[in-house]
Design a protein around this ligand. Structure first.
Ligand code: PMP
Length: 293
C-alpha cells in the first residue's frame, strides 16, 4: 500500500516526509490538529471537524491555512494517492518555522500544514465494540484549556500508556473528583433512570464532534442527555458506560478500574446509540470531495 503524506504543498512518501527542526509545532507544540473519519470516501461529521479546526486555530490567533474546499480537495487527493476509501485523516497546522523564541514569530511567517491518512478498519472497530473496553481512572494533569485541540498531548500520552500498562484500553481523567473525559475520547455513563450523562462543554474537556452528534442521535431517540460532571463512584454504580471519538465511534465501556460496569457486557443504550450514530453518519455523510491532481 502506498503511504503518501501532504507536507506544505507537496505530496511526499511518508517515510521521507519531514518538517524543519525549527518548526514551532516541534519546538513548542504551537499548533493544532484534527482527526476525521472518511468512510467510502465520504467525510463523517465534516462540518463539525472543520468548524472545530477553525475554532482551535482562532484560539491560538491563527487562521485556516487554506479554504475548506481546498483542504477537502487535498484530502481527497491524499486518499486517492494512498488508495484509501475508509481512512482516518490527520491534519496538523502549526505556527510555522522561525528562530526559536517563545513569543510569536514575525507577521508573514507561513504556517506549516501536514496531512496524513491511514486505513480505517470498521470491521475491527465493530469487533471491539461487541466486546467493549475497560477504562482506568487517574488524575487529570492537563492544562486549563483542553478545549483547544492542540498538539500538546504529553499528559494524554502518559495517561493512555499508564492505562495500557494496567491492561485497560482508555484512561478516564479525574479532576476535583469528577471525570472530565478520556485521554482521547469523551466519557459517558447511563444511570438507573436511563439518563445519558457526560461532562458539559467548557475549558475542561475537548468538545468532541462525535459527542455532539451522539447527543443529537440520543435526543432523536427520545433518550435524555444530561450534560453534567459525574464522579468515579457514580460511574462505578452506573448501569452502562461508553466513550465517543471519531476513531472509536460509540464504544461501550464494560469495566472501570477492573470492576464490571452493570452486567459487564456492552449495554443496550450504548449499542442503540452506536447503531444510530453509524446510521446517521452513513446517511448524511458529506459529498465525496473532488480530488485535485
Ligand atoms: N477528548 C479528547 C481529549 C480527544 O483527544 C478526543 C479525540 N480527538 C475526543 C475527546 C473526541 O473527539 P472527537 O469525537 O471529535 O474525535
Amino acid at each position: 500500500m502506498p503511504r503518501v503524506a501532504y507536507v506544505n504543498g507537496r505530496y511526499e512518501s511518508l517515510a521521507d516526509a519531514a518538517v524543519n527542526v525549527e518548526d514551532r509545532g516541534y519546538q513548542f507544540a504551537d499548533g493544532i490538529y484534527e482527526v476525521c473519519l472518511l468512510v467510502d470516501g465520504r467525510f463523517w461529521d465534516e462540518d463539525g471537524h472543520f468548524d472545530r479546526m477553525e475554532r482551535s486555530l482562532s484560539e491560538l490567533s491563527m487562521s485556516m491555512p487554506m479554504s475548506r474546499p481546498a483542504l477537502k480537495a487535498v484530502i481527497a487527493a491524499l486518499l486517492r494517492k494512498n488508495r484509501l476509501k475508509n481512512a482516518l485523516v490527520y491534519v496538523q497546522v502549526t505556527r510555522g518555522v522561525a528562530a526559536r523564541n517563545h513569543a510569536f514569530p514575525p507577521d508573514g511567517t507561513v504556517p506549516s500544514i501536514v496531512i496524513t491518512a491511514k486505513p480505517y478498519n470498521l470491521a475491527a472497530n465493530e469487533a471491539l465494540a461487541s466486546r467493549g473496553v475497560g477504562v482506568l481512572t487517574m488524575s487529570d494533569q492537563r492544562w486549563a484549556r483542553v478545549d483547544i485541540k492542540t498538539v500538546s498531548l504529553l499528559p494524554n500520552c502518559l495517561a493512555k500508556q499508564a492505562a495500557r500498562e494496567a491492561g485497560a484500553f482508555e484512561a478516564w481523567l479525574v479532576r476535583d473528583g469528577k471525570v472530565t473525559e478520556g485521554a482521547s475520547s469523551n466519557a459517558w455513563i447511563v444511570n438507573g433512570k436511563g439518563e445519558l450523562i457526560t461532562h458539559p462543554l467548557g475549558h475542561e474537556i475537548l468538545g468532541g464532534i462525535t459527542r455532539q452528534t451522539a447527543i443529537r442521535c440520543a435526543e432523536e431517540m427520545q433518550m435524555k442527555v444530561v450534560e453534567r460532571a459525574f464522579t468515579v463512584a457514580e460511574a462505578q454504580r452506573a448501569h452502562e458506560a461508553f466513550i465517543t471519538a471519531a476513531t472509536l465511534l460509540v464504544m461501550p465501556v464494560v469495566s472501570i478500574d477492573g470492576r464490571p460496569v452493570g452486567s459487564g457486557k456492552p449495554g443496550p443504550v450504548a449499542q442503540r446509540l452506536r447503531e444510530a450514530y453509524l446510521r446517521r453518519c452513513s446517511e448524511i455523510a458529506g459529498e465525496r470531495p473532488r480530488a485535485i491532481a
